[in-house]
Design a protein around this ligand. Structure first.
Ligand code: GLU
Length: 447
């Protein structure tokens, strides 16, 4: 069977990590089986839907590296889509829904009621053969017993979630619906509608919830780390977040935690999705994040480092690409999280480094300035402004002054970066280049 799965978010302006995990599990299943991963935007709630809200989803998916085979290519519903079953925005599928409502009416499964359209629900219990949680039999609740039928088109003409969700899964030939457990209670309605259309329902698999570790309640919008945006803003490594989300409800059955994604793709399967709720553990994610940075290929470090500066609104475009790359490279092995980078090495892209005035008085005494002047003049003589040359020069001047390197290293670093710690001094000076270094030292000497 050619597996077709989908992620079907409603654009609310927020991508919950539970949603991101649902997307990931569907993506993993598609990649594991060589199937198709569809992204469908469930934007029938027109009041809440904005292009920005869709963008949050597309951006989040791209950040996680979850590429879709069918779906929109732009957050704008008018943009092109890929795949043969489009449009992939529900807001554009109105005609299709109308046809399907008519079909249900013709078959005697739907009827007009006070301006709305209602679906004639099956009175007998429905078995949901859930491929994750196992068989679930859903009987009608007492309230439903009195009137089990439900609205599929509101009196204002808007088709409701249950109906469009089913029509789209049917039209898009979805074979497996993997979604959050909160939808389990809807599934009997969905199965009944498939049966009314005379079509075999897809296989349903409901993934257990993600719980807040503090009180065991469902992770809600207010909880720290519940939004994917949090991880994007805090400079987490996307691969670490993906790896972490894989472990939230799935396990390779050995004790491994840090695992390359291609291996997870090989091992991932629906039967080994865990049936119990997953506890969110930000500490573990921090740990994974640190591991990913530590073992990261230099090119990837550079890429994500550049992202981190851009995210913090540093004007990187005003600097030559080679300068930006060299600057980021000096931070490798020095930071535990990309979110630290802007504070750690922002001096590269900030021509007016600020130095705490109190420190200026303390660090740049008349004596210290005299030494720094000597070093500055020696630096000015260098034709090759390279780390080894800078180190030799500094040590030579220290020798002439009869002092250790420290009392020269520290003020130089302070003058050029505004901070007492940072990347290796000689390397950062080389990257800054002679003009900047002399200018920054002169500025302090003139204070
Ligand atoms: N739009 C629904 C949601 O965001 C989709 C549910 C489903 O996957 O079927 O919860």
């Amino acid at each position: 069977m050619n597996v077709r799965v989908r992620f079907a978010p409603s654009p609310t302006g927020f991508l919950h990590i539970g949603g991101a995990r649902t997307a990931l599990f569907n993506w993993l299943y598609a990649r594991h089986t060589g199937g198709t991963f569809i992204l469908r935007i469930e934007d029938t709630d027109t009041a809440r839907n904005t292009q920005e809200a869709v963008d949050v989803i597309l951006h989040g998916m791209r950040w996680l590296g979850l590429d879709w085979d069918e779906g929109p290519t732009t957050p704008d519903a008018k943009g092109p889509s890929k795949g043969d079953y489009g449009p992939y925005f529900q807001s554009q599928r109105g005609d299709l829904y109308k046809k399907r409502v008519q079909e249900l009416k013709d078959k005697g499964f739907a009827y007009d009621h006070e301006g709305a359209v209602k679906f004639k629900m099956r009175r007998t219990p429905i078995l949901i053969p859930d491929i994750v949680v196992g068989d679930v039999e859903r009987k009608l609740t007492d309230r439903e017993e009195a009137d089990p039928d439900f609205v599929i088109v509101r009196s204002d003409g808007q088709p409701v979630f249950h109906f469009v969700n089913v029509v789209d899964d049917l039209e898009m030939k979805v074979t497996h619906v993997i979604r959050g457990e909160d939808h389990l209670s809807n599934t009997s309605k969905h199965i009944a509608m498939f049966q009314a259309f005379g079509v075999e329902p897809p296989k349903y698999g409901h993934i257990p919830l993600i719980l807040n570790p503090l009180d065991g309640s469902k992770m809600s919008k207010r909880d720290k780390g519940s939004s994917l945006k949090f991880y994007m803003d805090e400079g987490f490594v996307p691969e670490a977040v993906v790896n972490y989300l894989c472990l939230l409800g799935w396990s390779p059955k050995d004790n491994r935690e840090k695992m390359p994604l291609d291996e997870i793709v090989k091992l991932f399967d629906v039967p080994n999705i865990l049936r119990h709720n997953a506890k969110f553990d930000l500490d573990k994610l921090h740990w994974l994040d640190g591991e990913y940075i530590r073992e990261m290929a230099p090119e990837r470090f550079r890429e994500l480092g550049i992202e981190a500066f851009k995210h913090a609104k540093f004007p990187l475009e005003q600097f030559p690409a080679a300068y930006v790359a060299a600057a980021v490279d000096t931070c490798r092995g020095k930071v535990k999280n990309f979110g630290e980078l802007p504070a750690y090495a922002g001096f590269y892209f900030n021509e007016d480094v600020t130095i705490d005035p109190a420190l200026i008085e303390k660090e740049f005494t008349a004596e210290a300035k005299g030494r720094l002047q000597k070093l500055r003049d020696a630096f000015a003589q260098l034709t090759e402004f390279t780390a080894p040359n800078l180190e030799l020069t500094l040590k030579k001047i220290a020798g002439e002054l009869g002092i250790k390197a420290g009392p020269l290293v520290h003020p130089t670093r302070m003058a050029c970066t505004g901070a007492g710690a940072g990347p290796s001094l000689y390397h950062l000076l080389e990257v800054l280049g002679k003009d900047r270094v002399l200018k920054r030292i002169d500025r302090v000497l003139g204070m």
